[in-house]
Design a protein around this ligand. Structure first.
Ligand SMILES: Cc1ncc(COP(=O)(O)O)c(C=O)c1O
Ligand SMILES: [Zn+2]
Length: 409
């Protein structure tokens, strides 16, 4: 039994069938999935959801797939109560939603790809592909391998070695393009059109984006079917932030959670901050920029869902902030040394943004907040070179160790 009823233009409301469509042919607005919430409310309760296996498909009535085919271990990542970090930042109640340990490719992308890949098979695509800053390519390649799909991933040609290997190991065709993500996205839109391939984040984007809601469902469920007051979220293409808000809206519609919609706060790297700049300027649409930051996974200068992010920030009473590359690296270190979580620069940016919002008073110290950690530091460990102490080299004897200890004190 499925509960999605079709697609609809977010701008003008025109309905569309549930095919591989992503823009409205009337107004060029983005499309979104529609559901029969009354039927969902009759079919399932939050108690039933809580009793299901701990993966993203526990919310399957709220996802646009007839039959889940992959992602049976994806999602339901830890919501870590980060007390040491909270104390350091002077706030009362802070949680880290930790998708750095998402299965199988260690980023939040395993959620969106589980949904897009399942839908790609349902729609009859034989080639599954994506335009990526790195993490999406890893996830698309892994899930395609599991499903036996032909796979092409398109990435910038300057990515970290571990990010490239994290795709190549699954044996897709990895196409490293001389250009940035925005160039690749343009190229892939042309390829999708011409070759009828399923691109997770282009012609399957409407379905892909729905997978990001599971991050929001889990936050509320893991807090005991309760909302935090603030959510701090990284923004690149702008998929995740508005879908967390949409997830909270849906939980309210179903009557599974009550209370005020959390304030959504956006963080970008200063070298790639079109959304933050638009928010600060009071503009409705982001002005594209040329990205330049060490946080390569969030280096997107022309975000597909930038307008939607801005709308969500304003509707929820949130804010937006940008952080320097130095602050990003400090954020990575802070999370590691207080909570034992090693995130990549995107996560460092998010935490650094949360720190800035707490300092500015946008997030008051007594209001619960969730920081969205979306990627894993082991993939980008090169950026931390020189920022940690090297090992102490000693011989095998105890005396040498005792000498070292004595000298240290
Ligand atoms: C680790 C990580 N965090 C966050 C994002 C943000 O993506 P989006 O704004 O498209 O949801 C990405 C991907 O681009 C990512 O790889
Ligand atoms: Zn329209």
């Amino acid at each position: 039994m499925t509960f999605f009823t079709g697609l609809r233009c977010r701008m003008c409301g025109t309905p569309f069938p549930a095919e591989a469509l992503f823009v409205c042919d009337q107004c060029l607005g983005p499309l979104e999935v529609t559901y029969d919430y009354d039927a969902i409310g009759r079919a399932v309760s939050r108690e039933q959801v809580s009793a299901r296996p701990q993966n993203l498909w526990r919310y399957r009535e709220l996802l646009p797939v007839n039959e889940p085919l992959t992602g049976f271990y994806s999602g339901f990542t830890p919501l870590v109560k980060a007390d040491r970090l909270a104390r350091r930042l002077g706030v009362r109640e802070l949680y880290v939603k930790d998708d750095s340990v998402n299965h199988p490719t260690f980023s939040y992308k395993d959620r969106v790809v589980s949904v897009a890949a399942s839908r790609a098979v349902e729609l009859g695509f034989e080639v599954f592909a994506c335009a990526s800053t790195g993490n999406l390519a890893n996830s698309v390649a892994a899930h395609a391998a599991r499903l036996g799909l032909i796979c092409y991933v398109f990435i910038p040609d300057n990515l970290e070695a571990a990010k490239v290997m994290g795709s190549a190991i699954y044996r897709p065709r990895v196409i490293a393009v001389k250009g940035n993500y925005d160039d690749i996205n343009r190229l892939c839109t042309q390829i999708a059109d011409r070759h009828a391939w399923g691109f997770a984040n282009i012609n399957l984007r409407t379905y892909y984006a729905e997978g990001a809601k599971t991050y929001g469902f889990e936050i509320a469920e893991q807090l005991g079917w309760r909302f935090p007051r603030h959510v701090v979220c990284p923004v690149a293409g702008g998929t995740l932030l508005p879908r967390i808000a949409r997830a909270f809206d849906e939980l309210k519609t179903l009557g599974w959670v009550s209370g005020d919609q959390p304030r959504m706060h956006a963080v970008q790297a200063a070298g790639s901050a079109p959304v933050v700049k638009a928010f600060q300027a009071g503009a409705e649409f982001p002005e594209p920029v040329k990205p330049d930051t060490i946080a390569k996974s969030i280096a997107i200068g022309n975000p597909a869902d930038g307008y939607h992010v801005l709308q969500t920030l304003r509707e929820t009473g949130g804010t937006a902030t940008m952080v320097s590359d130095e602050e990003i690296l400090q954020g990575v270190t802070l999370l590691a040394e207080t909570e034992g979580i090693f995130t990549e620069p995107a996560g460092g940016a998010t935490l650094a943004g949360a720190v800035a919002l707490i300092r500015s008073g946008a997030i008051p110290p007594d209001e619960p907040l969730v920081v969205c950690i979306t990627g894993n530091g082991y993939k980008t460990s090169d950026v931390m070179q020189g920022r940690t102490e090297g090992p102490i080299h000693l011989g095998k004897g105890l005396a040498e160790f005792e000498d070292y200890l004595a000298a240290k004190v």
